[in-house]
Design a protein around this ligand. Sequence first.
Ligand SMILES: NC(=O)c1ccc[n+]([C@@H]2O[C@H](COP(=O)([O-])OP(=O)(O)OC[C@H]3O[C@@H](n4cnc5c(N)ncnc54)[C@H](O)[C@@H]3O)[C@@H](O)[C@H]2O)c1
Length: 369
Amino acid sequence: MNLNIGMIGTGSIGLVHLLSLKKIQEDNLLSKHGVNIKILGVADIDENKLNNLKRNNPYNVEYFTTNPDEIIKDKNINVMYITTPTKFHKDYYIRIAEEGKYIFCEKPLAFTLEDIKEMISVEKKQGVLTQVGLVLRHCPILWKLKQILLENNEAFGMRLSFIFRDAQEWPIGSRIHPSEWRKDPSLAHAGCLFEHSIHDVDMLEYLFGNDSKLSKLFAKIRYISPLTQKRLEDVATIKFEYEDGFVGDLISIWNKVRMDVRRIEIFFENGYVVLDGYTGFSFKKFEYLIGRKKTRLKLNEIINEYLKEKDLPQITPSTGLYFFENLHFLESIIKEEKPYPGLEIGYKAHKIIELAYQSSRENKMLSLN
Ligand SMILES: NC(=O)c1ccc[n+]([C@@H]2O[C@H](COP(=O)([O-])OP(=O)(O)OC[C@H]3O[C@@H](n4cnc5c(N)ncnc54)[C@H](O)[C@@H]3O)[C@@H](O)[C@H]2O)c1
């Protein structure tokens, strides 16, 4: 089997995926399945970007085009990445699904829940497999956090409360996010909660959703900076309540401070977990307490444990968690298994976010059911 890959959108995240795919190729990580991968074609509406990429062609791309249709219709391409600004995800998704290709689609999936439902129904109708770029689900550090919760369930005692804080520099013209589309509501739709803390909302489901269901939320969304245009929130605070009484807060911020870090605290009757200065593939502090007994976690030990768990050789995952999400996607295709996380998981995160906007507008606590 050959995985012939196409990509639409060769900006920041597109390149991270290309780099991850290159590493998977170079380390022969799919050879045990007898599979070769090839980046067949990439499309972007920005010709300069394509020319820059073409110059050294570090990813051995076979062809470059400013016409995405060329890639969508290319019968030789069986795997597609959608890595454009959010506005275009749904339309590209549907057109690619109709061609029967496997799809990796970046988050946020689309502007409305109705749009995502349409994507889910096309996925079912066409029988294609989709993975959504909710990449924290492939983060070894958060995987370890989940293991800690599971393994110490009894010792921790009843879960009491949590604080999630996601603070990011306005992702417009910044070092990590040089492009400008995130300041345009017609391309980005919404701000910090929708565009960035969708990952955190999804993490709440990943970490806490199994024990007892999220039942209610109350949100305050604010539009402060002139950049917000009253549609791109730069502050979102949400209070969550679960069926078992577990309560907690998510704070999502975009401001002009050069940071892109998260902090997670979880409180139990007999325990406490803190992950501070977390950036996706690093942290300042990760420890937990049971009574007075403290356990500190080290990044290299977590990565080694994760590699073992995933039955991977001792590799340096150069693009961090993105490397793992790409590997999972390709292996799922090879095994004809549903990739994780799929559209339904994405839909749930979008649904919670929509409810948060509604709660803030109506100044009301809302129920999830
Ligand atoms: N999962 C993650 O951690 C993560 C991280 C960053 C971005 N993202 C998501 O990925 C998407 C892209 O973000 P980015 O930071 O790479 O943006 P970017 O601006 O760096 O790149 C977008 C690229 O798409 C191209 N493009 C724009 N409109 C297009 C169109 N209609 N057809 C084809 N190409 C088009 C642009 O020229 C640009 O090269 C967004 O939805 C964003 O939310 C996800």
